[in-house]
Design a protein around this ligand. Structure first.
Ligand code: FE
Length: 337
């Protein structure tokens, strides 16, 4: 093990000097360290299961993707982190582009994760899929008029649409993939149509979009399906349902991970990644946060299955990163706040 025992103390000192918002634990030198933008309730059960199975201990630091990426850049070769785990292909693409990850050679990962769900440069692999789809008020909207994201620009939805802020990477990636599909000009007209149809200013999060629909402030919106699952678990009587754009039109994004460029334990880190793509771990992902497996051999959560069938396409998810800047500028021009 390469890591110095003094790292923990040094980490606290450097952390204090840089004003990190989180306490830096004293990393044990023989434990895998994961920097993760995934919430603790989501990943701790997975890590605990891996430790029970292999005896390999895992420490993790949870924060948003942006600060974790900055931290990896600041730490450089002295990082204690073996893995970076985050959500949204746009974030994974950026991590690869900024040089904090290393390519992974793994036949297991290449077998378990379809080509469009991994970096062509092998620096990150998807661990779960998440669908961003329409949610609608079942007491005011019949499913038939719901079609796809482009249709939300139709005047029939004037004053009836609620959207989350364009600042969220989920919407940036959605628009990036729409640019790839329709071209910039058509996508800009589409996004202008969305803005025209808004019932109220964009919401801070997906749950607020659904609450606004349930309260009658609007009829239709766009959310990640796991937020629907979490909300309906708490309030099962809400008159809300999901609609999945058909014919390959469902926007499926990913969560994923990569081994860091200066990982102290790269071989062990790859083993953990491989395990996370096995049906056993994929099932946990599906159950813990209502996500979709990346490994086709893994079963889908029954509740998730009951919401409908996502119909995605095979375009490589790195497009979300490559076209992100264009998407952000386009949404700005279209007046989508
Ligand atoms: Fe989320």
């Amino acid at each position: 093990m390469k890591r110095s025992k003094a790292w923990g103390v040094l980490g606290v000192a450097v952390g204090a000097a840089l004003g990190w918002m989180v306490a830096v634990p004293a990393w044990a030198e023989d434990e895998l360290v994961v920097y993760t933008a995934r919430k603790e309730h989501m990943i701790k059960p997975l890590f605990d299961a891996y430790t029970a199975k292999t005896g390999v201990k895992i420490q993790f630091l949870s924060d948003n993707a942006e600060p974790l990426l900055m931290k990896l850049q600041t730490e450089g070769s002295s990082t204690p982190a073996d893995l970076l785990m985050t959500v949204d292909a746009g974030n994974l693409w950026r991590a690869a582009k900024e040089g904090v990850l290393a390519p992974i050679e793994s036949a297991v990962l290449e077998k378990n994760v379809a080509p469009h769900l991994r970096d062509p440069g092998k620096q990150w692999f998807a661990l779960s899929q998440r669908a961003r789809v329409m949610v609608y008020a079942t007491d005011r909207v019949k499913p038939e008029p719901l079609k796809d994201y482009a249709d939300l620009a139709d005047p029939k939805w004037k004053g009836k649409l609620c959207l989350r802020s364009s600042k969220k990477i989920y919407n940036q990636s959605l628009v990036a993939l729409l640019i790839d599909q329709h071209g910039e000009a058509k996508t800009e007209t589409m996004v202008q149509g969305w803005v025209t149809n808004l019932a109220e200013p964009p919401a801070a999060d997906d749950t607020k979009v659904m609450e606004a629909i349930a309260a009658g402030q609007c009829d239709v919106g766009v959310v990640n399906t796991y937020y629907y699952g979490l909300l309906m678990d708490k309030k099962p009587n809400l008159k809300l349902a999901l609609h999945f754009p058909p014919n390959g039109g469902t926007h499926l994004n990913i969560s994923g991970a990569g081994v860091t460029k200066h990982a102290p334990h790269p071989a062990e880190a790859i083993k953990l990644l491989e395990w996370l793509t096995t049906p056993e771990a994929q099932r946990m992902f599906a159950d813990l946060n209502f996500e979709y497996p990346v490994n086709p051999a893994a079963p889908m959560n029954d509740k998730v299955k009951s919401w409908g069938t996502p119909s995605g396409d095979q375009r490589n998810m790195s497009l979300a990163g490559e076209l992100q800047e264009k998407a952000v500028k386009l949404m700005d021009r279209a007046g989508y706040k």
